[in-house]
Design a protein around this ligand. Sequence first.
Ligand SMILES: *[C@@H]1O[C@H](CO)[C@@H](O)[C@H](O)[C@H]1NC(C)=O
Length: 302
Amino acid sequence: MSPRPITRWPSKHQLKTQRPWLLLIVITFLLSIITFNLTSFILQHANSLGRSCSPLVGSVVPVENRPRMAIVSLSNRVQETVWQNKKAYAKKMGYRFIDASWMIDRSRPPSWSKILAVKSSLRDHDWVFWNDADTLVTNPDIYLENILLALIGRNDFNSTPDFILTEDYNGVNAGVFFFRKSEWSERFLDTWWNQTSFVKFGSTKSGDNDALMYLIANLPKEEKQVHVRISPMQCLFNSYPWFPSRKSVYRLLLSPWTTWQGAYSEGDFMVHLAGIGNKKEWMSKMIQDTRTPRRKTFSNLN
Ligand SMILES: *[C@@H]1O[C@H](CO)[C@@H](O)[C@H](O)[C@H]1NC(C)=O
């Protein structure tokens, strides 16, 4: 047996006087880990902590005069499981599910084709619910009618508003939204498609969301009031998972209220992996989480 090397620990005095910065770093590090995990935990349980994504308590089962509703999405680069998730939800609730991949216009980044897909699907439906491919139904017991009811405030969906969407840190989000079959909607979609100056190639942004922000910001006030409805709570149908990262911490500090309104929590209708890099891994994780009643933290992914 070789003799154990003698470790020479610095005396308490030395630690105090010579390395206060070391202690400070360790404490700061531990504190931030605790804060991050606590924040994650709080946001994941936002709904049990009193957050309400919808003014409606419980959900009404729609029976009469149900609008013809289509859920429309593009399937490029998406997992089969996501597809199954949407199909199962649509079937359960009696909606049509449309894969509009066949109508992708190759002259622009694929994301722009959602405009064409929605416009075409509106021909045969009263309402179209657009879903980006990186979204997942996380609470299949919520009817789309109840989401509309929460925002429109009445039970018939045959008149304005025509366009229903949510806002995140950047403004209106073009990942998940509703359009009603109407002349206004058709014209708005055409105008949106016509914003060619926003088309961007080769970056993470394709420009369709920027074009939408521009259009919404420049709508005459009265027109916007009548035709557009922005959900007061993002979590009504477009929740973003929150996990510690430089960006999310920065956003949390700058806009804590937006974070609270939009962070994915148990019971939310839909999760949207907007701006997340490893979407496939996240999708599997979210699917697992929605299958198991008691959800685990997803802090080990980012
Ligand atoms: C969109 O552009 C096309 C082609 O330039 C034009 O015919 C059409 O009127 C435009 N629509 C709207 C609503 O701006």
